[in-house]
Design a protein around this ligand. Sequence first.
Ligand code: PRT
Ligand code: ZN
Length: 226
Amino acid sequence: GGATRDRLRIAIQKSGRLSEPARALLASCGLSWRESRDKLFCYGETLPVDLLLVRDDDIPGLLADGVCDYGIVGRNVLDEVGADRALRGLPQVSKAVRGLGFGGCRLDIAIPESTEWTGPAQLQGSRIATSYPGLLQQWLDGQGVQATIVNLSGSVEIAPRLGQADFICDLVSSGATLTANQLKPAVTLMTSEAVLAGPITPFADVRGELASLLLRRLDGVLRLRD
Ligand code: PRT
Ligand code: ZN
């Protein structure tokens, strides 16, 4: 990636928990857009800052490939890609530049309600279902625990009832989904929120000045929200 451009491109979630708050935050930084007919690309009018509307899971890859300069994504999604790269010995390509104060949740290991939690050693030899295999593997390694990770892209919380796994590792906010599936939180691997993800190395063209303008405005807005 890294082609020279004279406009900044920010990837945000097209539809989901982070899309409205992300657009609202960027709008309060003084940005406005003209939407394309397919609503996948929003052309910046007040500043040369465009939006790309995508699946949240695609944002780290768009940053890595240099297709987008920044992205608004859950720290959980960004760090999962980072954990996967680290486990495969690959260098990091993007980082969280700012925490944005919305989309808060935790990545928890949850266990059946009827099971008593005695600590990480209890996970030894078990099967744990998750959509976050990289973060889970890193955490298990740190605990010195060996377990089988069952990688599921969705419906993780029903895996124990289906006999697919003993435990799960999933995002939790209110905890209602765990309760509905007769599970309870046991241990938190990370807390998450939406972050502005950006490049590790600075821009070599006019995007550098646009980026510092955007970050200055963003810091002003975030300070007012505190
Ligand atoms: O379509 P696309 O792939 O873009 O969207 P998505 O369905 O993958 O993502 P989306 O919109 O569900 O979530 C986007 C981001 O919101 C996540 O990556 C998190 O950073 C953040 N977030 C905050 C959450 C939650 N809270 C949350 N509660 N993401 C998912 N959940 C799930 C949780 O796992 C549970 O299954 O919502 C369910 C309800 O949670 P409880 O605990 O309130 O019952
Ligand atoms: Zn997604």
